[in-house]
Design a protein around this ligand. Structure first.
Ligand SMILES: [Zn+2]
Length: 60
């Protein structure tokens, strides 16, 4: 494997991590259930009531 190939693989991995962070938050971090988006107040709510957030991404 050449250095160029190695660098390309590392850059791709870094890019994928960045995309992961920006992915929409769709699962409750407490119970793992789906989050329902409520357009009325712009929050994402756990159906079990364990979690609610205004954040749209997984970034803390
Ligand atoms: Zn939950």
């Amino acid at each position: 494997m050449s250095n160029e190939q190695l660098v390309a693989i590392l850059q791709e991995a870094r890019q994928m991590r960045a995309e992961d962070k920006e992915r929409a938050l769709v699962e409750c971090p407490i119970c793992g259930g789906p989050l329902d988006y409520r357009p009325r107040d712009g929050t994402y709510n756990c159906r079990m009531g364990y979690f609610a957030t205004r954040k749209a991404t997984q970034e803390q």
